[in-house]
Design a binder for this molecule. Sequence first.
Ligand SMILES: C[S@@+](CC[C@H](N)C(=O)[O-])C[C@H]1O[C@@H](n2cnc3c(N)ncnc32)[C@H](O)[C@@H]1O
Length: 254
Amino acid sequence: MIDTRAPDPIGYLDQVAASAPGQGCKRRVLRLLDLRPGHTVVDIGCGPGTDLGAMAAAVAPGGTVVGVDRDPVMVETAGARLAGTPGVRVRHGDAHALPLADGIADRARTDRVLQHVDDPARALAEVRRMLRPGGHAVLAEPDWDGLLIDSGEPELSRRLARFVATEIVRNATVGRSLARLCAGAGLAVRSVEVYTPVFRDFGTADRLLGLRRSVGRAIRAGHLDAGAEEWIAEVAARPFLATFVMFLVTAEVA
Ligand SMILES: C[S@@+](CC[C@H](N)C(=O)[O-])C[C@H]1O[C@@H](n2cnc3c(N)ncnc32)[C@H](O)[C@@H]1O
């Protein structure tokens, strides 16, 4: 029987951040942010403070990093981890109504946050409100229709990906919609890139993408039949290949 329990959220985010695919994506986001000494940067949905230290180093001296998260446990953990790092503040708040004044930020970022919020358009309007003229945001969000898993039974891979996109992630296709949503929020899109990590090790893909857990949930929900448990065991045992798509959009105050 597959264990379908969700992992500890902080342990999971730490694993993503420590993995080669996670680090590759975060490096690209940091480059696109183009942080300079003295900048004010807001990390919306900062989690346990994963990237606040790297941002603080990039805006020093004289810069400010504000991490915002709606989960009090994330806020407490980020605050504890970043205690004593100059220029870093962590705030409890919601992406739909940021606890920050108009026009205060040179930069803003989301990393896998808009996929979870109730209303991504509203959250982007908040990004727009908070950025100062000349400022820009980098939005790094997945598109779960882009989850591709090699197997001898591609229809099962498709059904698993479809289950993840339709039943597990709230805004599963926000990645492809970012450019349109930015335009709707009054942000001019400067660039759109995709980051498509290739996983050739099942264990890493499973830890980061929750493949086995999603199979278990899909079986319980009746989207896959019980034979899928054997199928994912075979997928794990054979030479493995999977990928998924992250969109990295840079948008500035129009
Ligand atoms: C996948 S985690 C990413 C955390 C962090 N960006 C990172 O790269 O490690 C998503 C984070 O967004 C936060 N979040 C989700 N909805 C939010 C909202 N409406 N307002 C603020 N934070 C939110 C969650 O609490 C969680 O910490």
